[in-house]
Design a protein around this ligand. Structure first.
Ligand SMILES: [Mg+2]
Length: 248
């Protein structure tokens, strides 16, 4: 299980658990999407083109070291949380560096996502962002998409009073393996949603279904073959999803 957490985190998908008996077929997934009460998006390589932690590492001048650490960690067994801790202990970004990253290299929205989120909002569908990345970056993305900040679930970086890196909030569900599923369970309970659709590129997104009612694989930025294989509906552009909403 521990190894699975890390591998999922790194988006190496060959250790996925067997398909759930509750998995929906293509037309069921499309129907669930058309009548969803809530749609949850992954952020890195889904709503935005890049992986936030890699961009942060590059910006802080430790891109190669983080890649190397990732490679080494793959040989051992490590939880999602441990892998995040290790990578952040190399990056050790200050508050100022994070702010400068957002100003100098703002996250790039994937084409079509803004239109899709607008369509969903027009239909009174609740839209959430669920990310293993960092809240300060994801909030910036949410603001651009008119998604309320209380609909953002992500990890929180911590800083000392002088702005130096002080770790991250380990109590967030998104800091754990299986965290995205936990967030969806909480949303279902809190809002009484019956139909929640998860959209994402990675194994951790696929694994959030169930509790999500359906999963849509997104390959518009990067295609992860094992996620593609396991997705009853796999799209490579958000236009395909906006188009589906025109059916009703
Ligand atoms: Mg992703």
């Amino acid at each position: 299980m521990e190894a699975k957490g890390l591998l999922s985190f790194l988006n190496y998908n060959w250790v996925l658990s067997p398909p759930s008996s509750r998995m929906t077929n293509l037309s069921q997934t499309q129907e669930l999407f058309r009548r969803a009460e809530a749609v949850c998006f992954d952020v890195d390589s889904t709503v935005i083109k890049e992986e936030g932690i890699d961009e942060l590492a590059k910006f802080c001048g430790v891109g190669d070291a983080v890649t190397e650490m990732t490679r080494k960690a793959m040989g051992g067994s490590m939880t999602f949380k441990k892998a995040l801790t290790e990578r952040l202990s190399i990056i050790r970004c200050s508050r100022e560096q994070v702010n400068k990253l957002i100003t100098d290299h703002p996250p790039q929205l994937t084409p079509g996502v803004r239109e899709l989120v607008d369509r969903l909002h027009e239909r009174k569908v609740k839209v959430f962002l669920i990310s293993g990345g960092f809240r300060c970056i994801v909030e910036h993305v949410a603001t651009q998409l008119n998604i309320p900040l209380h609909h953002v679930y992500a990890n929180r970086l911590k800083f000392y009073f002088n702005g130096e890196y002080a770790g991250f909030d380990e109590s967030q569900p998104t800091a754990e393996s299986g965290g995205k599923g936990k967030v969806i369970s909480v949303l279902k309970e809190q809002y009484g949603f019956k139909t929640v659709v998860m959209i994402g590129d990675g194994a951790t997104d696929l694994e959030a279904c169930p509790p999500a009612s359906a999963f849509i694989g997104f390959g518009g930025n990067v295609v992860r073959p094992q996620v593609k294989e396991r997705s009853s509906w796999y799209v490579t552009s958000f236009g395909e999803l906006s188009k589906e909403l025109e059916k009703i």
